[in-house]
Design a protein around this ligand. Structure first.
Ligand code: ZN
Length: 318
């Protein structure tokens, strides 16, 4: 069992102003994460701003941790001479609190950051990190960040912290700080640049937001980043096929292989049912009603049902 230590502080009202400057995407995903766990900070009625969950450090192995709070979960791997961090939180303050928590675990410096995808609630905390680090991401993640950086404005990645090294292959491995890491990418799913990170020695996998929000939450597909529900099924089947003991998801608690398999089965059943309804000529509204979609579910992003419907009804070449 992993033990649980509360080391951090609660980002309270003072951080709301900062939170409100995030992109809608980040607000959405924070909401998903919070819904899974602590049951706090739910009542914020409007806008993406929500009270932030406290930082909680979870130890999985003598040198492997995951840390929740301020956006997506982060992984921390203490290597021979330095620390590898997976995902960097949402804000500069969150990134700093992450680094402060790591400093309580080990005096070794952070040398490497690996990004699971390009969403700001996993990337933008890099603003608090020193420059000159090795930053590894899928090649499409880097392209998405470059596009967001040149567009500028809210949610743009922090200057000086773009990936320094990209992964292009579907399966590759690197030894970093004496630790073997496996990198997986199947196809477009949550975004076009998803990267799954495995620690084969410890049978731990970090999924990013490919899996997020526990066993019941719907997958979130970023169509604006060329995500795909069909690609999601392929990808999460691949993730289950790694047969890790522990999966650290993007937001929410750790999962088992059986729970990942269940999520794939649920998504495939949903696709099959929607395919039937489309064949019967049902409209999107009828399909969403039949599938029990919450009327507010698509306030910021199309629901999983909507994405599936759009993919199944898209005209070739459209
Ligand atoms: Zn995401």
């Amino acid at each position: 069992m992993h033990h649980r230590r509360v080391l951090g502080t609660v980002f309270a009202v003072a951080s709301l102003a900062a939170l409100s400057s995030f992109s809608f995407a980040q607000g959405q995903e924070q909401g998903r994460g919070q819904g899974q766990g602590q049951g706090q900070g739910q009542a914020q009625g409007r806008g993406p701003a929500q009270p932030e969950a406290p930082f909680v450090v979870h130890q999985l192995k003598p040198n492997v941790y995951w840390i929740e709070g301020n956006g997506g979960n982060s992984g921390v791997i203490v290597g021979e001479k330095g620390v590898i961090v997976i995902d960097a939180k949402t804000t500069q303050a969150g990134g700093k609190e992450l680094l402060d928590n790591i400093a309580k675990i080990t005096p070794k410096p952070v040398t490497t950051v690996i990004l699971t995808h390009s969403d700001g609630d996993h990337v933008n905390g890099l603003a608090a990190f020193p420059t000159g680090l090795r930053i590894i991401a899928h090649e499409n993640n880097k392209k998405e960040q470059e596009a967001a950086a040149s567009a500028g404005g809210r949610g743009a990645p922090p200057a000086g912290h773009l990936p320094t090294e990209v992964i292009s292959k579907n399966k590759s491995s690197l030894k970093i700080e004496g630790v073997k890491l496996d990198f997986y990418h199947w196809t477009n799913a949550h975004t076009s640049g998803d990267l799954v990170i495995g620690l084969p020695g410890d049978k731990i996998v970090f999924t990013g937001d490919l899996v997020s929000g526990g066993v019941k939450a719907d997958p979130l597909i970023h169509k604006e980043k060329n995500g795909s529900s069909e690609g999601w099924v392929t990808t999460v089947k691949g993730i289950a096929g790694i047969k890790a003991v522990t999966y650290v998801e993007g937001h929410g608690d750790i999962l088992t292989t059986a729970q990942i398999q269940q999520r794939v089965a649920d998504a495939e059943a949903r696709r099959a049912k929607i395919k039937e309804l489309v064949a019967q000529g049902k409209t999107l509204d009828e399909v969403r009603t039949a599938m029990g979609d919450s009327p507010t579910a698509s306030a910021r992003f199309p629901s999983f049902t909507t994405v599936i419907y759009q993919e199944l009804t898209a005209k070739p070449g459209a």
